[in-house]
Design a protein around this ligand. Structure first.
Ligand code: ANZ
Ligand code: ZN
Length: 883
């Protein structure tokens, strides 16, 4: 008995799909479209099995939708700019382009090896001028539209890599790759005005109902809309005032100090005459700019000597500190501190001996005046130090508000001062009204979201199409001079940006005056390329970049699939970019991704040799709960399940698996062992099990062929009881798999198909119609497993006598009558004479019973064309057709 020859079969069908152009997508307004996309990879080298899970998931979706009659777009490309190529250039003296294209070549072969149904004609690599020239034009359009601008800004500077780092690239104050202590520097950088869309980006999250709740929440928090007030505290002895942003104006009377960021202009001013303060400010600046760095650092500050007056009560004078926890780029870079209601302020106040003045406290705790509070022992004060913010209603301090009642407010302050309770939100409204009344501030909305800094001091990125001229200033590169191409001849033998020290590249004539000028040597953040590639896939060869008709037809992506690590930046940038492109007339949609699924990781045990070094799984033999090293039998320590990664060597090579078991077997394991959004453990036992299943299904068809009627044989009139049971199983499986695939329960779909396989294995065709039912069951199994094990399915489908491949065949339909558990045998009569019996759902509707009877071939024969005049139905027993 021959074994399933997966090597031959997989190669054969991959060639056949390519020959037929089975996955080539063409716009067709007559058919519903379906755009499925997996986050495109960075071409970093060879893929292991852990890398390909999301592609396998996407492929199931694509193949399933195709079978369901959708016109499917399923493209693949390469996010090909980025730092690793430059690192490789430095380490191995290989050109970043060569390194990148070689990796692309290898990875493309790997993806082809597993039979993914991509339209390879649409492949793009973002590092080619043919791709990036379009984004240079987009950028110039953004510039015209005011969506791109340049400003000086504080940046995280990695002194080893000589580059600016994004906040999230600073880990505990150090560069994420170099590990060097990050410094702060001021540089002129390009920004995209994502904040312009902050509200829209938050509000539209509600409509993304096919996104995981968790991702929507992460985006909302990242944008971080805070409703509060800007409040001005006049300086003593100066004409100006200190502007602060607060989300808790209700606590204004609890202010006991103000604080400014070390980067605030006033800090330098105050530091100018105060050496100690200047040193403190300098020290703060050496700390990273990341929020994490700021949050974990000890809260420290220093008095500037400046004093401000409380805007609602001139008798209160507050000191102004420089504090290391105040960020310059949030709010106004200055705060008022309310130690009684903010933990951070409380820590600060305790440290520097500042007053703690509660202004609100939980209902039921009674009214506590400042004096009463001051009289409490420290231990009891604590109970009032942090009043809950939201729960219940809170009291507003008697003294606080009564002190300031000048009778000039536009609301009844008296009602606030009698100790009656007041909700926090009401108190906020009243406090805002009070400051507005006095011209001391106004209600404000602030966002955590910052504009997107897109400048990178790197070679391997898209050149920013700008020329700097001494006389004309900043001049956009004229459109007919695009693209600005990267020079090929660069050297990496000294630190810094190779574009900057290239001998000729940056020296150009000014497009406006013709004088000597220089190119911008910064390149774009690589998130730039990934912010619109999904649109380029709609018209990958269009001269104009985005062909309106094609983009309108395909966009948005119906199903996007990728890692949770992109939950914030990539997805948010893409959502913004799409809006910016819409604004500039490039496309007509707002949201790029209608559906999103974030897949779990592939995890594997880790192995350690006695000397502590990591071992690859193939270097280890498992013996029960123990393990030994194959080379010398040394005991191996079996470690935790961890995400497959080269650093811990717990990886399984893709080629290795495909060569030993075939692509379909690997796909089956990747798709079947846990729900797609959860982690999946890769084990030898798992791959063996998948392999056995592939063979089992193959044998089942191979062995069964002899007992089958030919493909397309007419459905027999009657079925034996076992055949009827099998048919019911088949149709229930189709229905279930359909539902599972609609809802991303890929593992459950596989489990159902395997159950069906078991049922077929137990079936021996004998009686009436058994062969037909047997064929029906085998064909259904093959079609259902098609999206998951496409090569095997094609081979079996062909063996079953079909000319058209599975990839071009429709999804099987189920007969609802057969999916109902409770069936009854109903006698079907014509003019009172029994013609057949049918299995019908118990208590089936009259008209369904009637129609099913009419459709039956033996009834048709008996009727022989005559019109039915009357139908008598005895529920669950008889249908009598009278002619
Ligand atoms: C007074 C106050 C009293 C505050 C209180 C909080 C609690 P979110 O919600 O994240 O927007 N803040 C304002 N600007 C800041 C800056 N540049 N750096 C650090 N902190 C800043 O946070 C807003 C609150 O964070 C503001 O409200 C302000 O402190 C502080 F019981 O004002 B609050
Ligand atoms: Zn000029």
């Amino acid at each position: 008995m021959a074994r399933y020859n997966f090597r031959e079969t997989e190669a054969k069908w991959q060639a056949e799909w390519a020959r037929r152009g089975s996955f080539t997508a063409t716009e067709d307004p007559g058919r519903p479209k379906y755009y499925v996309l997996e986050m495109f990879p960075y071409p970093s080298g060879r893929l292991h099995v852990g890398h390909v899970r999301n592609y396998a998931i996407g492929d199931v979706v694509a193949r399933y939708r195709r079978a369901k009659g959708f016109n499917v777009l399923h493209p693949m490309g390469w996010d090909a700019f980025g730092l690793p190529a430059e690192n490789a250039a430095i380490a191995n003296k290989v050109h970043p382009a060569d390194w990148t294209f070689e990796n692309i070549r290898v990875m493309r072969e790997q993806l082809k090896l597993i039979g993914l149904s991509y339209d390879w004609d649409r492949e793009v690599a973002t590092c080619t001028p043919d791709y990036y020239r379009h984004e240079q034009r987009m950028f110039l359009d953004f510039l015209k539209a005011g969506l791109a601008y340049r400003k000086e800004s504080w940046v995280n500077w990695d002194p080893v890599e000589n580059t600016v780092l994004a906040n999230e690239q600073v880990i505990e104050g150090r560069g994420w790759r170099s590990g060097a202590l990050v410094e702060k520097r001021q540089l002129t950088q390009w920004f995209l005005r994502i904040t312009e869309y902050a509200d829209e980006l938050i509000d539209a999250l509600k409509g993304l109902d096919r996104w995981p709740e968790r991702v929507r929440l992460m985006q909302e928090n990242w944008i971080g809309r805070s409703v509060g007030a800007t409040v001005r505290f006049p300086f003593e002895g100066r004409a100006d005032s200190l502007e602060v942003f607060t989300t808790r104006p209700d606590t204004l009377f609890g202010a006991s100090f103000c604080a400014i960021s070390p980067d605030h202009p006033l800090a330098d001013e105050a530091g100018a005459g105060n050496a100690e303060l200047a040193e403190f400010i300098a020290e703060c600046r050496r700390m990273g700019t990341s929020e994490e760095a700021i949050e974990t650092a000890e809260k420290r500050g220093m008095d500037t000597g400046l004093r401000v007056v409380h805007p609602l009560d001139p008798s209160i004078v507050l000191p102004v500190y420089v504090a290391n926890f105040v960020l310059m780029d949030y709010g106004t870079g200055a705060i008022f501190g309310c130690p009684a209601h903010d933990q951070r302020d409380l820590d600060f106040a305790r440290k520097y001996g500042l007053a703690v003045k509660p202004v609100l406290w939980p209902e039921g705790s009674g009214v506590l005046t400042d004096e009463a509070y001051a009289g409490l022992p420290e231990s009891e004060r604590a109970a009032f130090d942090r009043a809950p913010e939201q729960d219940g209603r809170l009291h507003v301090s008697v003294t606080a508000y009564s002190d300031t009642d000048g009778g000039t407010y536009g609301y009844d302050l008296g009602s606030l001062t009698d100790g009656r309770s007041l909700s926090v939100s009401k108190a906020k409204d009243i406090a805002i009204a009070a400051v507005e009344e006095r011209g001391a501030g106004e209600a404000t909305v602030r966002y955590r979201l910052r504009d997107w800094g897109v400048s990178r001091q790197r070679y391997w990125g898209c050149p920013i199409p700008i020329i700097h001229c001494d006389s004309c200033g900043m001049v956009p590169v004229p459109e007919d001079q695009l693209p600005v191409e990267l020079p090929r001849d660069v050297s990496f033998d000294r630190p810094g940006n190779p574009l900057d020290h290239h001998p000729t590249w940056k020296h150009v004539a000014c497009p406006t005056c013709g004088g000597k000028a220089t190119r911008e040597t910064d390149t774009f953040d690589t998130f730039f390329e990934s912010s619109w590639y999904f649109a380029r896939f709609c018209s990958p060869h269009a001269e104009e970049g985005l062909d309106g008709a094609a983009v309108d037809y395909w966009m948005p992506v119906d199903q996007y699939i990728g890692g949770i690590e992109h939950a914030v930046l990539h997805l948010l940038y893409s959502r913004f970019f799409t809006r910016a492109l819409r604004h500039c007339g490039y496309l007509g949609v707002d949201e790029p991704f209608a559906g999103l699924m974030t897949q779990g990781m592939v995890v594997h045990e880790t192995y350690r040799a006695p000397d502590g070094t990591w071992l690859y799984p193939e270097e280890v033999e498992l013996q029960g709960d123990a393990a030994v090293r194959l080379s010398d039998g040394a005991a191996v320590e079996r470690g935790r399940l961890e995400k497959m990664s080269k650093s811990k060597k717990n990886v399984v090579g893709l080629e290795h698996v495909v060569e030993s078991y075939g692509a379909d077997t690997a796909r089956l394991l990747l798709l079947s062992d846990s729900p797609p959004e959860r982690d999946l453990e890769w084990t030898d036992a798992g791959i063996e099990g998948a392999w056995r299943y592939a063979n089992r299904l193959w044998r089942l068809v191979d062995d069964g062929l002899a007992a089958l009627p030919p493909a397309g044989a007419p459905k027999p009139d009657r079925f034996s009881q076992p055949a009827q049971a099998l048919r019911s199983k088949v149709h229930k499986t189709i229905q279930g798999v359909d539902e599972d695939l609609e809802n991303f329960r890929l593992n459950r779909a596989v489990a159902r198909i395997r159950e069906l396989t078991n049922a077929i294995g137990e079936f021996t065709p004998a009686g009436d119609g058994d062969g037909w039912a047997y064929r029906e069951a085998l064909e259904a199994s093959v079609l259902l497993i098609g999206p998951i094990m496409p090569h095997l399915a094609e081979e079996l489908w062909q063996a079953l006598g079909h000319a058209a491949p599975v990839s071009e065949s429709p999804w099987p339909a189920f007969d609802p009558a057969l999916t109902v558990d409770d069936t009854v045998t109903v006698a079907i009569q014509v003019n009172g004479k029994l013609r057949t019996t049918l299995a019908l759902p118990r208590d089936v509707a009259r008209d369904i019973a009637e129609r099913t009877a009419l459709d039956d071939p033996s009834v048709q024969r008996a009727l022989d064309g005559s019109t039915v005049r009357k139908v008598i139905v005895v529920p669950n027993r008889v249908v009598n057709l009278v002619v």
